[in-house]
Design a protein around this ligand. Structure first.
Ligand code: FEO
Ligand code: CA
Ligand code: CA
Ligand code: CA
Length: 601
């Protein structure tokens, strides 16, 4: 139609072509700037980055490794400043350290890795002419959270026997946060961050003989003897044989107040324990908060939490203190999806069923509320700490790795990135169903969910697949019904965000089409629905994280550039962002329209 000759509102840019370049590639008419890289100074007195002379102390005062979630928030005092918050998901020791021996790391290397995990809060100046963002080293809001920062455990499982250790007999204080992947910003201005693949940090699962403990560990992916990073050589809490409950203290949604450096970050047990990708908060009409959450594992579940209490408006101390308790009291649910087409029409190839849509209905199954469990044979503490097993018992739907979840500010519809699941339909694994319609699913899908009456507290919903990702020339793909000869290929959706026009932006992780990962935008309503356009690509070996999409800024975190087979400190396979002869450094990139105009206009 003629309509399709015009760019959808907010998406007037020439799509970037898939590529394998060791750079961030952006559309013509845009500028890019590296805001901050691994090792850049954050706190007062932090030294400049020197990979030949890195210490735990310098790393603890510098930007961490492998930036994932990013938020760009208003600054309390000035419109020319912003507050940048980033997660640091994990460390890539062979790329970080000269002469790294994986079986016998040095204490310094391990302590640097602890300090390179966690989160960063850093104030940045915004150049009003170019939109460039420059960190203010030593600013009073600047902060590093690491694998050793004290967290307060709150909510119904705080103090549970399942969380007690010899260092913390009360079960209420945990040192550090690990594997912080995506996150969310609450309507009251705090940051939520998901502890994802925490199992990899713990050693000696193989020593556990009690069958209940073994089953719990197995359900969360713990296995083997030594851990991948051998941290147990320097801190016994990472040895399950010595501290059997320490693993239970990770796998939570954490809450950080970037505006209050004196407030200890929290681990919110009411939101359940699993491999949290992120957290998508949303307010109900009466002011309660709902948080949608994915558990990023093959065949795992989608969850939501509904708070009991209402948010208080405004920035008063009283409102802030009240709002920082909202995530401690409420109800935790898990999702069950039912397709509306006959099962025989879902053949596992991605071919559409006769009604022309992968769609259906669903329900939110109640797991626990405060001290009360709704799951047979599990106490409330067990539901919160072993939430995956609660989902198993109530028959939740096994999804293709639920990642980020966001609600459209325009329509209230919810979008869930399901990144891939190559094990779907193999062996004794669950076969394709209407919500997860491909066996050996390499490219993932994006699911649209509409709560009944658009009420986030509803117990039922409708859903349909917006995208069945992959090469549009492949028959088993679907782009919202848009003509597939006019879309960008997309594979492995991970993080999602909205622009102010209501377009969905999707970043990818693990592009299985042979090109680098990137950032894409797609309109959701009207004749343009499904017209995926690629906005940028990230350097070789990197995944695209963040993203932040504002009217005049697009920020992405390029995570693990150069993470390729055979890469090492001595043999780096990326030189981004510093160029020839340098190590790759995970970094946050700010893309602006030349002249600092509106993105996509
Ligand atoms: Fe860390 Fe689910 O991506
Ligand atoms: Ca259908
Ligand atoms: Ca992710
Ligand atoms: Ca991912």
């Amino acid at each position: 139609s003629a309509h399709r000759d015009r760019a959808p509102r907010g998406l007037d840019f020439e799509p970037v072509a898939p590529n394998r370049a060791d750079q961030v590639t952006i559309p013509d008419g845009y500028d890019q700037q590296v805001v901050i890289r691994w090792g850049d100074p954050i706190l007062k007195g932090a030294p400049e980055f020197d990979p030949e002379d890195q210490t735990p102390e310098s790393q603890a005062a510098q930007f961490g490794y492998n930036n994932d979630y990013v938020a760009l928030l208003e600054h309390p005092d000035s419109r020319r400043k912003k507050v940048l918050v980033a997660n640091h998901e994990y460390t890539d020791e062979p790329l970080m350290f000269p002469a790294y021996d994986g079986a016998a790391p040095t204490r310094d290397q391990v302590e640097i890795a602890w300090a390179a995990h966690g989160l960063t809060v850093v104030t940045v100046d915004e150049d009003r002419r170019t939109g460039d963002l420059t960190p203010r080293v030593g600013d009073e809001l600047n902060r590093r959270i690491t694998a050793t920062t004290p967290f307060v455990v709150t909510g119904p499982a705080a103090g549970s026997d399942l969380l007690k250790t010899s260092a913390d007999p009360e079960g209420t204080t945990v040192l550090g946060t690990l594997n912080n992947c995506a996150g969310g910003t609450t309507p009251w201005g705090t940051i939520l961050s998901g502890e994802e693949n925490f199992n990899q940090y713990f050693a000696n699962t193989a020593s556990v003989t009690d069958p209940v403990a073994k089953a719990r560990l197995a359900r969360y992916g713990f296995s083997g003897a030594a851990s991948g990073r051998r941290w147990e050589q320097y801190d016994e809490r990472f040895d399950i044989a010595a501290e059997p409950n320490e693993p239970n203290r990770f796998g939570w949604i954490v809450e950080l107040d970037p505006y209050d450096p004196d407030w200890a970050p929290r681990k919110r047990t009411a939101l359940g324990r699993f491999k949290h990708e992120g957290a998508g908060p949303r307010l109900t009409r009466d002011g309660r908060v709902v948080v949608y959450m994915g558990d990023d594992e093959r065949f795992d579940y989608l969850y939501k939490f509904v708070s009991d209490k209402k948010m208080k408006r405004g920035n008063s101390r009283r409102a802030r203190e009240h709002n920082r308790t909202l995530l401690d009291e409420g109800t935790l649910y898990v999702a069950k999806f039912t397709g509306d087409s006959p099962a025989a029409e879902i053949d596992g190839t991605g071919a559409l069923p006769a009604d022309g849509k992968f769609d259906g209905s669903g329900e939110w199954i109640k797991l626990a509320k405060g001290g009360k469990s709704y799951v047979d044979g599990m106490t409330a503490d067990e539901v919160y700490v072993f939430t995956r097993q609660a989902g198993d018992k109530v028959g939740a739907t096994k999804m293709d790795r639920p990642e980020d979840v966001e609600t459209s500010p325009k329509t209230g519809k919810l979008y869930v990135a399901l990144t891939n699941n190559t094990a779907r339909g193999t062996g004794s694994n669950a076969k394709a169903d209407e919500a997860n319609p491909r066996n050996a699913n390499k490219h993932g899908q994006v699911l649209e969910l509409v709560e009944r009456h658009d009420d986030p507290t509803a117990l039922t919903f409708g859903w349909s697949l917006l995208l069945v990702c992959g090469d549009p020339e492949d028959e088993g793909t679907y782009f919202g019904g848009f003509p597939k000869d006019q879309v960008s290929p997309i594979s492995c959706p991970d993080n999602v965000a909205f622009d102010s026009y209501g377009n969905l932006w999707i970043s990818t992780d693990g592009n299985a089409l042979g090109a680098n990962d990137g950032l894409f935008a797609v309109p959701l309503e009207g004749a343009d629905r499904g017209q995926v356009k690629q906005f940028l690509t990230v350097p070789i070996g990197a995944e695209t994280c963040g993203p932040v999409v504002q009217d005049k800024h697009v920020l992405v975190a390029a995570q693990h550039p150069g993470e390729l087979d055979g890469a090492s400190y001595e043999n780096p396979l990326s030189e981004w962002p510093d160029g020839p002869g340098t190590l790759p450094r995970p970094a946050i990139v700010n893309v602006t329209r030349t002249g600092f105009g509106r993105i996509g206009c």
